[in-house]
Design a protein around this ligand. Structure first.
Ligand code: NAD
Length: 429
């Protein structure tokens, strides 16, 4: 099918590449002219495993194109996906100005029937507003349908998640667009849930809030474990093997971050409030998450006492492993707090150092993870990159003024670390 995607970021670019991969004709649109130029020249603006090869292959076969013109995308496609940002406002509600802008741009360019699909994460009832807006601004007065098709991909695993989704959710107001949507997703062989638009929109916020809740739950358990002398990883294993609970998202740490969970959680609390329900459970999820960072910082200051003039090595800057995304990263937050208290930092991340530079201009970036600890008073793990498990611990220890290790992601074994002579502090163990 002929598809266009407005917004070529983490969601739009990966979606466009995967749609092209299964044989659709895709035009990715972005109003960032520099980004479009880079993509047209064969560059990839984000790191996502497997993405570069897929983009290159589909550009070469002519299935994937890039443009800065929304009109070009709209006029050359039957179905238009919206994948622009929906950032939070200071009060936690969603800034829908990007969605509204795109709805007007699509309306202005439409000269025949189109299906307009919202893939961005939006509050319930946004579909109704998008439909009203398109109707108002469509000079050609052509027919159209609005669909909600929330995206569930995880950064770092986005290509795999798009190609093999757990489910595809399609919210429609009439049967007409449902057939086209099914056709688009048939090659992906995933269960397709066709529902009404409001339910589809709500599924996304309900899903992300539940995942955030699961993380805060295990972090709360970690705090009880610490106080009671138990091991949170053993507890997570013990409860996670129960199929009704599941082991995933039960990793204690310094809390969740990124561009989705914190904002979607705030948005869902706000949305619930607007429809008359105070979602106290989710407010507690937020509180536990903020507290988790506080507890970790306290662990560092309790041990190092004064941070002023202390040199600390930090492993990890991305908000989680396998991505270069540092938006609302707990690791960045941690670094900023340590800097504020007067520490100097040597940092390393396998993929996120370039994007971190704007947020952390005063730290020393170290290309080799094994050299980060040199001259440091303590070493901190802030992101759960698998490769950090291969750290040369003997070399790290030799170069440090004291063998102090704060593991914010429980990557190492406490007993082994102590045997190796480290003063080792982790989460809930
Ligand atoms: P992003 O910032 O990476 O990409 C958005 C892109 O849209 C940018 O390239 C921007 O230049 C472009 N854009 C903005 N306004 C535009 C306009 N008027 N016309 C054309 N392009 C425009 O954002 P993202 O992470 O891809 O997120 C997009 C949406 O998907 C958000 O609602 C987000 O909550 C949701 N989502 C994100 C993820 C994720 O893991 N990143 C997962 C699921 C859902």
């Amino acid at each position: 099918m002929k598809l266009s995607i407005i917004g070529t970021g983490y969601v739009g670019l990966v979606t466009g590449a995967c749609f092209a991969e299964v044989g659709h004709q895709v035009i990715c649109v972005d109003n960032d002219a520099a980004k479009v130029k880079l993509l047209q020249a064969g560059g990839i603006p984000i790191y996502e495993p497997g993405l570069e090869a897929m983009v290159k292959k589909n550009v070469a076969s002519g299935h994937l194109k890039f443009t800065a013109s929304t009109a070009e995308g709209v006029q050359n496609s039957e179905v238009i996906f919206i994948a622009v940002p929906t950032p939070p406002q200071p009060d936690g509600s969603v800034d829908l100005s990007y969605i509204e802008r795109v709805a007007r741009d699509i309306a202005a360019a439409m000269t025949s029937y189109k299906i307009v699909v919202d893939k961005s994460t939006v509050p319930v009832k946004t579909g109704e507003k998008v439909a009203e807006t398109i109707k108002r601004y469509c000079a050609a007065k052509v027919e159209f349908d609005v669909v909600s098709n929330p995206e569930f991909l995880r950064e770092g695993f986005a290509v795999g998640d798009l190609m093999n989704p757990d489910r595809v959710v399609i919210g429609v107001a009439s049967p007409r667009p449902a057939a086209a949507m099914r056709e688009i997703y048939t090659p992906f062989k995933a269960p397709i849930i066709v529902t009404d638009i409001n339910s589809a929109e709500l599924i996304k916020h309900a899903a992300n809030s539940f995942l955030a809740l699961k993380i805060s739950y295990i972090n709360a358990i970690a705090n009880v474990c610490e106080a009671a002398g138990a091991n949170v990883q053993e507890v997570a294993q013990g409860i996670g093997l129960d199929e009704r609970i599941g082991r995933r998202f039960l990793n204690a740490g310094i809390g969740f971050g990124g561009s989705c969970f914190p904002k979607d959680l705030s948005a869902f609390i706000k949305i619930s409030e607007q429809v008359g329900y105070e979602f106290k459970l989710l407010k507690e999820v937020q509180r536990i998450n903020a507290d988790q960072m506080e507890r970790f910082v306290n662990k560092i200051t309790d041990t190092l006492w004064v941070l002023k003039d202390k040199k600390i090595g930090v492993l990890g800057l991305a908000f989680k492993q396998n991505t270069d995304d540092v938006r609302s990263s707990p690791a960045i937050d941690l670094c900023q707090r340590l800097l504020q208290d007067g520490a100097t930092l040597r940092v390393h991340d396998p993929k996120a150092m370039a994007k971190a530079r704007a947020l952390l201009p005063t730290v020393t970036y170290v290309e080799d993870m094994n050299a980060v600890a040199e001259g440091c008073d303590a070493l901190v793990v802030a992101t759960e990159w698998e490769e950090f498990k291969q750290l040369d611990l003997a070399r790290a220890r030799k170069g440090m003024t004291a063998p102090i290790f704060f593991d914010g992601r429980n990557l190492f074994d406490p007993a082994e670390m102590e045997k190796l002579g480290w003063i080792y502090k982790s989460i809930g163990r």
